[in-house]
Ligand binder design. Structure first.
Ligand code: SF4
Length: 308
């Protein structure tokens, strides 16, 4: 990077403005390139979901002109109640990161060549048209990101179902959950993990099992910590293959060798059955085809188990 004395001093001034703004407006992350907006206060706040992890925090993004310049947690969002983690706070800065991909690689004569994104997209469109012409509309499909927003998914569905006329629309959001959905359906009778975020405010014991919530879902983890802080009996047990920030915050950290935790799950099931904590009417209603080989039951302690 070529830094001149002038650009260095300018960047120092910018950083000072950003630091000063952050002091005046705690809880807001500003983009450094718009220090005039920060100081003039000419920012419009727009609601949006954070797209970094699946927690679903509500954000307010500060818009100045045609650019996003600042971000903060939405105090009216029931998920994060104004909180925001470091990933959410960086969602505006990364829009203008100098190292964002602005070119595509296209293979030409067995060599990958850098081309403008438009050229690469035109090539994809041309190949799709050729494929549809030769093999029909069901010869093409789209596989979307798990981070698709509703408008993204809507646009993709419109294009593939409405315009092209194929049902071949899939997204990672569904496929990556397919095994979990099958497990939840057969074990609990519902196609989704049990409980809701409010359970976190009311649970007595948390077991984070193979999941580093402190870093992966920090806003929910802070909700867990807030619950523990407000009551003396609340405990967090971290059950993982390595020590993480979640382990460090836990009351008890248990390390296991990779792939040995099934034995622990079976031991828990054994204890639940042995102590007659199983709600058999529930089990028979929801998992009758398991015929006694069920893996679920209720204990007297509420366990919230997060698995990744
Ligand atoms: S926890 Fe962080 S990354 Fe996840 S949705 Fe909330 S702000 Fe975004």
């Amino acid at each position: 990077m070529n830094i001149t004395r002038r650009s260095f001093i300018k960047s120092l001034a910018l950083n000072s403005a950003v630091v000063a703004a952050a002091t005046v407006f705690p809880g807001i992350s500003f983009g450094a390139w718009k220090e005039t907006d920060i100081l003039s206060g000419g920012i419009q706040w727009k609601k949006t979901p954070c797209r970094f992890c699946g927690t679903g925090c509500g954000l307010l993004v500060g818009i100045s002109g045609d650019r996003a310049v600042a971000v903060k947690g939405d105090p009216n969002c029931t998920v994060n109640k104004g909180l925001c983690c470091v990933k959410g706070y960086h969602s505006v800065q990364i829009l203008y990161g100098k190292d964002r991909i602005k070119k595509a690689l296209v293979r030409k004569n067995d060599t990958l060549v850098e081309v403008p994104l438009k050229e690469a997209l035109d090539l994809v469109a041309e190949k799709m048209k050729e494929t549809i012409k030769s093999h029909g509309k069901d010869a093409v499909s789209i596989y979307g990101s798990g981070q698709w927003s509703i408008p993204d998914g809507y646009a993709a569905s419109k294009l593939f179902k409405g315009c092209i006329g194929t049902n071949n629309v899939e997204a990672n959001a569904r496929l990556c959950m397919a095994s979990a959905v099958t497990g939840c359906l057969t074990s609990f009778g519902l196609d989704e993990p049990m409980g809701c975020y409010e359970d976190i405010d009311n649970a007595d014991v948390f077991v984070t099992w193979g999941n580093n919530m402190a870093e992966m879902h920090p806003v929910l983890f802070s909700r867990m910590l807030a619950n523990r802080k407000s009551k003396t009996h609340v405990k967090i047990i971290d059950f993982a293959t390595r020590t993480t920030r979640s382990s460090q915050a836990a009351d008890k950290s248990i390390l296991f060798k990779p792939q040995t935790d099934l034995a622990v799950a079976n031991a828990i099931c054994y204890e639940i059955i042995r102590n007659k904590w199983v709600n058999w009417s529930f089990v028979k209603k929801h998992v009758s085809f398991h015929k006694g080989k069920t893996n679920i039951g209720y204990g007297t302690t509420w366990f919230t188990i997060f698995t990744s």
